[in-house]
Write a protein that binds this ligand. Structure first.
Ligand SMILES: Nc1nc2c(c(=O)[nH]1)N[C@@H](CN(C=O)c1ccc(C(=O)N[C@@H](CCC(=O)O)C(=O)O)cc1)CN2
Ligand SMILES: NCC(=O)N[C@@H]1O[C@H](COP(=O)([O-])[O-])[C@@H](O)[C@H]1O
Length: 223
């Protein structure tokens, strides 16, 4: 079986669905989906795929440290090799990050380092940006500050609403995230001395470009 993977969610789970649809269990063996919200539709997606689910609400704990300790114990009960944040909307404490750093990935809906935090699409529109996108990165203590692995780029159109731009970005995420995760699962992507490295070579600060990487992959297939 593949890389034992636990996926954390808080909402719809369309990125979770892209892992289910695009990565074979011999690659990503998703052993559990954990949500901090009981109403997360992603829990239904996981159940439909016969993946174990668990709910651990942050509201049931007095503070972040105690929540993260309980979350880590729950995660460790599944003995993961890789932990994926897929729309998981809780800021994680240094102790939690230290436990998983180097095998903890996140997808953020902006071209980091632009727009860390929340409301990224609205902020890109308000800034008048001509392009926007998403970033897969290693998770570190610094919120959305971890080394970038790969980015997808989309145009911002003149009459874009927040919803339209968010959907355009989300569509690219469903190719971006499984591909980035597959590089880790294959042993090609690693966090070394605080830098994201592919085949041992440090990546550029913005990571790989999805469009360029896909072009290169097609080229190699035609060689
Ligand atoms: N220590 C880290 N924790 C997390 C990271 C990270 O890089 N380092 N990435 C985030 C994911 N994320 C953006 O990609 C993000 C998630 C949540 C928040 C946030 O402000 N959360 C609020 C609650 C918001 C809500 O419930 O809707 C909070 O935790 O108080 C910002 C960015 C995951 N964690
Ligand atoms: N800061 C974290 C964050 O905003 N993550 C974003 O939440 C969405 C989750 O969608 P999904 O639940 O359909 O995968 C995704 O667009 C992801 O980039």
């Amino acid at each position: 079986m593949g890389c034992r993977t636990v996926i954390l969610i808080s909402g719809s789970g369309s990125n979770l669905q892209s892992f289910i649809d695009r990565l074979h269990p011999d690659q990503a063996n998703i052993v559990a989906v954990i949500s901090n919200r009981a109403d997360a539709f992603g829990l239904q997606r996981a159940a439909r795929a016969d993946i174990a689910t668990a709910i651990l609400s942050h509201r049931d704990f007095p503070d972040r440290v105690s929540y993260d300790q309980a979350l880590a114990e729950l995660i460790d009960s599944y003995q993961p090799e890789l932990v994926i944040l897929a729309g998981f909307m809780r800021i994680l404490t240094p102790g939690f990050v230290a436990r998983y750093e180097g095998r903890l990935l996140n997808i953020h809906p902006s071209l980091l380092p632009k727009y860390t935090g929340l409301h990224t699409h609205q902020r890109a529109l308000e800034a008048g940006d001509s392009e926007h996108g998403a970033t897969v990165h290693f998770v570190t203590e610094e919120l959305d500050g971890g080394p970038a692995i790969m980015q997808s780029h989309v145009p911002v159109l003149p009459d874009d609403s927040v919803e339209a731009l968010a959907e355009r970005v989300r569509q690219t995420e469903h190719s971006l995230y499984p591909l980035a995760a597959s590089l880790y699962i294959k042993g090609r992507l690693r966090l070394i001395d605080g830098r994201a490295c592919l085949d041992g070579a440090p990546l550029a600060p913005s990571g790989l470009r999805l469009d360029q990487f896909e072009t290169d992959m097609r080229g190699h297939r035609n060689d």
